[in-house]
Write a protein that binds this ligand. Structure first.
Ligand code: ARG
Length: 464
């Protein structure tokens, strides 16, 4: 009997139990080791809940103040490192509620009126995710700004553009930089869109069906700055779409980072030698004294796998779960926290790498005439003179072959060779041949033409 009482005393839900919890089970099922991260959100949610209960007359104003103040004191304790976490108390919700009861006595026992941990955890997690989205948005903006801030200084630099990793057409360096800004702009849009659905109040759904206590969920929503109140208690207590969407957005950011990291890893090799990475973001080799390795970029690329894994974990976790809450859902936080920590750290460091990397302009310039980057512009020159595209393609192909055999750029072929291939060609051909001329020839919206890129850079500057 003594044992039964101790179990009932120990657990908030102990009443019906007459057997003590197996400590191995407690260890296996606890979530405090990771959901302690939600302490601030849990307290915020509880304070709003108490205020709502006072608003509808379920709590007196005095009871509400005691609860709100007691929770504030707990918050201070946690932040001062004066709060003890214990596995038997399972999760952050139980810890804070127990601490409140210890602090203010029986009034604390009224806090859990008209709610359940099922809507509580969902509320905490939504509050946390909303904040996380705002952190990411600021970091994405900082990274975009690092790219935009380079554009003026790098404006005169022409880089080879690639398809199939083969030299294709010339591209202004700022065109590259803004390409990344566009990707991150879509990431920010995606997060903003996801934020709308995150920003939905679950509290008051209670365990799954709602409550017979006359709560006012719209009042709670106002207090917590939620845009809407979930309309179906059964749905919202099982809903983790917001966490999955958020993690998908993170996975796509990680993908975008990995594309850039891969590119800059290549660009920093002796083979490319386009950029010099800041040494403070590189490491050496334990055996090869000459090595300066781009480990940071490699790990940004590598950690993408982890974030994709986090998304996969969540997708599998929710698959086939019947309505409404199931304890499986407790496992949702680990992958979301991991994906967020990984991506936010990557973004933070990426911005510094972008800002501090130098272009090896001379080396880029010296090899720009290799790879016939002007061939397509030359073909378009012929099209503008009335040669059908397919015919022009063949002519230019043959002239490129001729230049390749002689190991010279197109601009070095004598006019006779051009005339022999195509009588429409005259001396003006030399005005469009060569990489600089080829870049100058672009006119279409969104292209790498200097006016286009200049307009885009100005547009981006205005946004910040
Ligand atoms: N720690 C739990 C979680 O994260 C809180 C909800 C527990 N609900 C329950 N009925 N056992 O999901």
């Amino acid at each position: 009997m003594a044992q039964h009482q101790s179990q009932a005393d120990k657990k908030a839900w102990g009443g019906v139990f007459n057997e003590t919890a197996d400590p191995r089970m407690e260890k296996f099922t606890e979530s405090i080791s990771f959901d302690s991260r939600l302490y601030r959100h849990d307290i915020l949610g509880s304070q709003a809940h108490a205020k709502m209960l006072a608003h509808v007359g379920v709590l007196t104003n005095d009871e509400c103040s005691q609860i709100v103040d007691g929770l504030d004191a707990i918050l201070r304790d946690i932040e001062a490192g004066k709060f003890e976490y214990r596995i038997e108390l399972e999760d952050i919700h139980m810890h804070i509620e127990k601490a409140l009861i210890e602090r203010i006595g029986d009034v604390g026992r009224k806090l859990h009126t008209g709610r359940s941990r099922n809507d509580q955890v969902s509320t905490d997690f939504r509050l946390w995710t909303r904040e996380a989205i705002d952190v990411l948005d600021a970091r994405l903006e900082r990274l975009q700004k690092a790219f935009v801030d380079r554009c003026d200084a790098d404006f005169d630099c022409i880089l080879p553009g690639y398809t199939h990793t083969q030299r294709a057409q010339p591209v202004l360096a700022p065109h590259y930089w803004l390409a990344y800004c566009e990707k991150y702009a879509r990431d920010r849009e995606r997060l903003a869109d996801c934020r709308k659905r995150v920003n939905t109040l679950s509290l008051g759904a209670a365990a799954l069906a709602g409550t017979s206590i006359p709560i006012d969920r719209f009042y709670t929503a106002q207090l917590l700055d939620f845009e809407r109140v979930a309309a179906n208690s059964l749905d919202v207590s099982s809903d983790r779409d917001f966490a999955l969407e958020f993690t998908f957005a993170l996975a796509l950011i990680a993908e975008h980072l990995s594309v850039w990291a891969e590119e800059w890893i290549w660009w920093s090799t002796v083979e490319f030698n386009f950029i010099k990475l800041p040494q403070k973001f590189c490491t050496g080799s334990s055996i090869m004294p000459q090595k300066v390795n781009p480990d940071l970029l490699e790990l940004i690329r590598g950690k993408t796998g982890r974030v994709i894994g986090d998304l996969q974990t969540l997708l599998v976790l929710v698959k086939g779960l019947p309505l409404a809450y199931n304890r499986d859902l407790q496992e949702d936080k680990l992958p979301v926290f991991d994906a967020f920590d990984t991506v936010s750290a990557s973004l933070e460091l990426a911005a510094d790498v972008v800002a501090q990397t130098e272009l090896n302009r001379e080396n880029i310039r010296a090899r720009l005439e290799f790879g016939y980057l002007d061939a397509t512009t030359f073909m378009e020159y012929l099209i503008k003179r009335g040669v059908p595209q397919r015919t022009a393609h063949g002519m230019v192909g043959r002239l490129v072959r001729l230049a390749m055999d002689r190991k010279i750029p197109l601009a070095k072929l004598p006019i006779e060779e051009y005339r022999a291939e195509c009588p429409e060609i005259d001396e003006t051909v030399y005005e469009i041949l060569g990489v600089e001329n080829a870049v100058r020839a672009f006119v279409s919206y969104g292209s790498t033409a200097a006016e286009q890129v200049r307009a885009q850079v100005d547009e981006w500057k205005k946004r910040f």
